[in-house]
Design a protein around this ligand. Structure first.
Ligand code: SAH
Length: 373
């Protein structure tokens, strides 16, 4: 087993340049050693990840205006606050006009892309509605907005319809790549089938979406072995985008019961940052989001994620009156901010850490673009 410095040095920018952006192949044991880094070693890991990111992707941050379309959901994942069995949630669905207004605002603010996220439905009315909304968003300034969807598990035919309508990125986190762990955080039934989730990710890749996946970090029962395998899973699937954020227990969900058996919020945050940093070494040119969950756990969380190797931020554009009903986890950051307030605050916050927003661009994954040239 190489020393910590050897592992990190092998994962350095020079090696990456030679490998033309394909990144280093770290073994599971090496990943676990990096995950365990403390003190000076931890700092070295973050520094190296930032160096690699700057070398491959420069100091640009891409924005996706997040539209939380609806909290109506047919699933009951054990971690999620909007699970259908949580009867305390006031359910909503944005009107067509509200969605288009959000997308127009994203365009006016120069965001370049929107991300439409929702609780999970797969009925015909929903599928048709999304198809229509994607087509309408595409009409704004002749298709100038990139469209990411995050609408859960669907049939391959549905994914294809939405792709043909104009969506070109899709986020579907695997949540846990270890099947046993998956069933500790989801009910073990036909609606929450691990194999089906894998099939969905494969369909998205096959259709040609820039496909994003990811996991929650600091889940009950999750081990370093699981986390290392999650990173190897992203690499093996060769995804274009990854989103990882700390797990945040929600009082109206079954996993709340385990809140005392998980690492502290600070540790979950730190572990998330390490996951981002290590993945940046392994996959230098993918898009990685600084998830809102980071900011919920730590007011500086998004900036820390950017400095650990993330390059995408999803400012919330959902109209304020609906935001408090889209609480997948409690105390979500920015629930009270107005969309344009978020906006000015972001430029200042990023400048303070030597980064800048690349406005009016789709900000596609460089890894994906190179692969499909
Ligand atoms: N229904 C869509 C969107 C889900 S919300 C789908 O299934 O893809 C987006 C992400 O929020 C989820 O993939 C999950 O990883 C994360 N999330 C849900 N509940 C959470 C919690 N309690 N803490 C942290 N992240 C959570």
């Amino acid at each position: 087993m190489p020393t910590f410095d050897e592992i990190l040095n092998n994962a350095g920018p020079l090696t990456l340049r030679q490998a033309q952006g394909s990144g280093t192949s770290l073994s599971k044991e090496e990943i676990k050693a990096l995950l365990a880094a403390e003190g000076e070693d931890k700092k070295k890991l973050f520094d190296r990840a930032l160096q690699v990111k700057l070398e491959h992707l420069d100091n640009y941050v891409h924005l996706r205006g997040l539209i939380e379309y609806s909290n109506i959901c047919t699933k009951y994942c054990l971690y999620c606050g909007v699970r259908c069995k949580n009867l305390k949630v006031k359910r909503y669905q944005l009107s067509d006009e509200e969605v288009i207004e959000c997308a127009k605002l994203a365009h006016e603010l120069g965001y370049g892309s929107v991300a439409l996220q929702s609780g999970e439905r797969s009925d015909k009315a929903f599928v048709d509605k999304i198809t229509y909304l994607v087509q309408e968003i595409k009409k704004i300034d002749n298709g100038s907005l990139g469209i990411t969807l995050s609408l859960g598990e669907q049939t391959e035919e549905t994914y294809r319809r939405w792709f043909e309508a104009g969506a070109h990125r899709y986020l579907l986190r695997i949540e846990a790549s270890n099947e046993d762990l998956y069933y500790k955080i989801h009910p073990h039934d036909a609606k929450h089938d691990f194999k089906q989730r894998l099939t969905c990710i494969d369909s998205l890749l096959k259709i040609g979406y820039q496909t994003g996946t990811g996991v929650m970090v600091g889940l009950p029962f999750q081990t370093f072995d699981d986390l290392a395998n999650d990173l190897l899973f992203f690499k093996q699937k060769d995804v274009a985008m990854v989103g990882m954020g700390p797990f945040i227990p929600h009082p109206d969900t079954p996993l709340w019961e385990y809140r005392d058996q998980i690492p502290s919020a600070e540790k979950r945050m730190e572990l998330t940052l390490k996951m981002i940093a290590i993945l940046r070494l392994m996959m230098p040119e993918i898009n990685m989001v600084a998830a809102t969950a980071n900011q919920t756990v730590d007011p500086q969380g998004r900036e820390k994620a950017i400095l650990a190797g993330a390059n995408v931020i999803m400012p919330n554009l959902t109209p304020n009156e609906f935001r408090e009903n889209y609480l997948i986890y409690p105390d979500k950051a920015c629930v009270k901010d107005k969309p344009d307030e978020c906006h000015s605050c972001l430029d200042v916050r990023l400048a303070a850490i030597g980064h800048k927003v690349l406005y009016n661009a789709w900000g596609d994954s460089v890894a994906f673009t190179k692969k499909h040239q």
